[in-house]
Design a protein around this ligand. Structure first.
Ligand code: PRP
Ligand code: URA
Length: 205
């Protein structure tokens, strides 16, 4: 399985401000939007294209367009913060939703919602900013592959080694694209150094 950690000075800059505990929700949402744009470009850099004839104002030419549709599956709730940048870059993207919430005591995620578009023939990106134990991502990937997703990748902002290993074990063929691979999980299964609870910081809860 391929793990890609995006290397870009702007990604590092944005991540620093996301980590900063003094960053308030409005700025946090903006930073989330901006870093997701960089992740989205990386996660789609190998999308298939096909030739198309167009006429420029000067002459006809053959150029290229995207050949296959894209689907994104945000894991609710924090994954919602990453949807808008994908919609901006790929206006035709289909959006499905998987609702998962970790139990505060056990850190085991339970499912409370699922609505998926057709996934066959599409690049499917499961998007969730935090990959901690990997339980939520692995459950979402179970659902997506059971629904016919075959070309699937996971996009996150901060990953822990434990989560990467768990997803690798359960979904060996799924590439992971992240902006950071952090040190470890703490006893409560939060990522260290991490940035805290992403959903709470995104929505001010
Ligand atoms: C967070 C985060 C991931 C999950 C990661 O969601 O957005 O979905 O935890 O943890 P894991 O890798 O150990 O499963 P949370 O359950 O806090 O729900 P929320 O998005 O509604 O805040
Ligand atoms: N979910 C979060 O939002 N943050 C963590 O550090 C772990 C899981």
């Amino acid at each position: 399985m391929a793990l890609t950690i995006i290397q870009h000075p702007l990604a590092a800059h944005l991540l620093t401000h996301l980590r900063d505990q003094t960053t308030k929700p409005a700025l946090f949402r903006t930073l989330c939007h901006q870093i997701t744009l960089l992740l989205a470009l990386e996660a789609t850099r190998d999308l298939a294209t096909e030739e198309k004839a167009v006429k420029t104002p000067l002459e006809p030419c053959r150029s290229r367009v995207l050949a296959r549709p894209l689907a994104i599956i945000p894991i609710l709730r924090a994954g919602l913060g990453m949807v808008e940048p994908f919609l901006g870059l790929f206006p035709d993207v289909s959006v499905g939703y998987v609702g998962l919430e970790r139990d505060h005591a056990t850190a085991i995620a339970h499912s409370y919602y699922c609505k998926l578009p057709p996934l066959g023939g599409r690049r499917v990106l499961v998007i969730d900013p935090m990959l901690a134990t990997g339980g939520s991502a692995a459950q979402a990937l179970d659902v997506v592959t059971a629904a016919g997703g075959t070309d699937v990748a996971l996009v996150c902002i901060v990953a822990a080694p434990e989560g990467v290993a768990f997803v690798e074990q359960r979904h060996a063929a799924v590439p992971i694209i992240t902006a950071a691979l952090d040190r470890e999980l703490n006893a409560k299964k939060y990522i260290l150094p991490g940035l805290g609870d992403f959903g709470d910081r995104l929505y001010g809860t």
